[in-house]
Design a protein around this ligand. Structure first.
Ligand SMILES: Cc1cc2nc3c(=O)[nH]c(=O)nc-3n(C[C@H](O)[C@H](O)[C@H](O)COP(=O)(O)OP(=O)(O)OC[C@H]3O[C@@H](n4cnc5c(N)ncnc54)[C@H](O)[C@@H]3O)c2cc1C
Length: 382
């Protein structure tokens, strides 16, 4: 009997939802992926189509314009993109931004942004990283100075996912540079008709070619005080820290789904490809490598599923979620490298999906907190 990687948390409704997701991906995403890789972004239309199919803000309550599902629904969407190597639409950053509004926004902020994010009218981004600082967020220089009923925002951000297409950006900045973490706040910036705001280059990355990652510039951007997330200054760090399990687990589950996709792809390839008069699947090395990969996936599935269940139950702690991110992203790198080797020279060709999965995998160990930072977080909990 073929090995199955069934999720412990699924049920008939989620299986049906998965079918809807797969239909959407095959019809709307896959055909445009090559063009999106050349453009460097997936375009607004795809976001709106995803919204009208009910694939954005899936775990945001209906009263705020969301779909009213839970984290498992979000996972289904990320998994099905990831296993196909479709990394153009960063729906997870969009979901993370929606959660900032849901968990910390004022009533008016939730009302204004969540329905538009659910429909895909507004794409969300979060801008923390600056040219001078990434891991050490306390070192950010972007400054918001209060002048009457507005803030004047000045600073540069880089590596911002969805930065090019974003209609709403959560900008992490200092409202009081003398107070360290307690002087950090998050401002909501609407990018359309926003004097002083500028999107720089769509950055040229080694992977994630269809996903937009951009530099953002804020030059005396006037932001009304009611655009302070949550309405209270100095809450930025607390807001950033509060949803870490959600953000880190997303990277863990996408890593595992990418491994599953790469495994399937490789299994099919080695059964077809011949060398020395037989399929390369017959060689003991091939069988052993794939046995190792299948074992990693099966063991990882048990842990990741448990994390998903715990997150849905509100019980996932930051250290365990950091383990999911650390283990998932590191194992993804190793597993896809092993799979690529079995493709021989074809594995090095961009037209082969395994090659794209290889370059796409590399960032998973860096963004959302590097592997080294994950180890710091885990070690603090020991
Ligand atoms: C494709 C892509 C998308 C991204 N999306 C976003 C986004 O949407 N929003 C956003 O704000 N940012 C985003 N980032 C930025 C990303 O989160 C940062 O690149 C990451 O956090 C690392 O920061 P850094 O690049 O400044 O590296 P640095 O912090 O300079 O780290 C360099 C090296 O030093 C190590 N290091 C740093 N501190 C320690 C320590 N205390 N102990 C041990 N080692 C340490 C790091 O692990 C790393 O290996 C994105 C980046 C990329 C490439």
């Amino acid at each position: 009997m073929p090995l199955e990687f069934k999720r412990s948390w699924t049920d008939p409704d989620l299986d049906q939802f998965r079918n809807t997701v797969v239909r959407f991906i095959e019809k709307e995403m896959r055909p445009d992926d090559e063009a999106a890789r050349h453009r460097g972004h997936v375009g607004h239309e795809l976001w709106r189509k995803a919204g009208s199919t009910g694939l954005l803000c899936i775990d945001i309550p209906e009263i705020w314009g969301g779909v009213g599902g839970d984290f498992r629904h979000e996972v289904v969407f990320y998994e099905e993109m990831s296993r196909r190597g479709l990394t153009g639409m960063n729906a997870s950053v969009h979901a993370i931004v929606a959660h900032y509004f849901l968990n910390h926004g004022t009533e008016a902020q939730k009302k204004r942004y969540l329905p538009k994010m659910a429909s895909g009218e507004l794409v969300g981004a979060i801008a923390m990283t600056e040219p001078g600082t990434g891991s050490d967020l306390q070192g950010i220089q972007t400054r918001a100075q209060r002048e009457g009923d507005q803030y004047l925002l000045n600073g540069n951000k880089t590596f911002i996912s969805n930065g090019f297409l974003a209609g709403v950006v959560l900008v992490v900045c200092k409202t009081d540079p003398n107070r360290g973490a307690a002087g950090t706040s998050i401002l909501i910036v609407e990018t359309e008709n926003c004097p002083g705001f500028r999107v720089g280059r769509v950055l040229d990355k080694i992977g994630l070619k269809a996903q937009d990652t951009a530099e953002l510039f804020f030059d005396n951007v006037s932001v009304p005080v009611n655009q302070l997330l949550g309405g209270q200054e100095g809450q930025g760090f607390y807001q950033l820290m509060s949803d870490l399990p959600y953000e880190r687990l997303i990277i863990g589950v996408t890593a595992l789904a990418a491994m599953e996709g790469a495994f399937e792809l490789t299994l099919n390839y080695v059964r077809e490809r011949q060398a020395f008069g037989q399929p390369i699947a017959n060689f003991q090395n091939t069988k052993f490598k794939l046995a190792e990969v299948a074992t990693e996936i099966k063991v990882g599935r048990a842990f990741m599923d448990r994390c998903v269940e715990d997150l849905v139950a509100g019980k996932l702690d930051t250290a365990t979620a950091s383990m999911a991110k650390l283990w998932g992203s590191e194992t993804q790198g190793r597993v896809i490298d092993t799979c690529l080797q079995l493709f021989g020279g074809y594995g090095y060709m961009n037209e082969y999906l395994i090659a794209r999965m290889y370059t796409d995998a590399r960032i998973q160990r860096i963004y959302g907190g590097t592997s080294e930072i994950m180890k710091e977080v885990i070690s603090r909990a020991l």
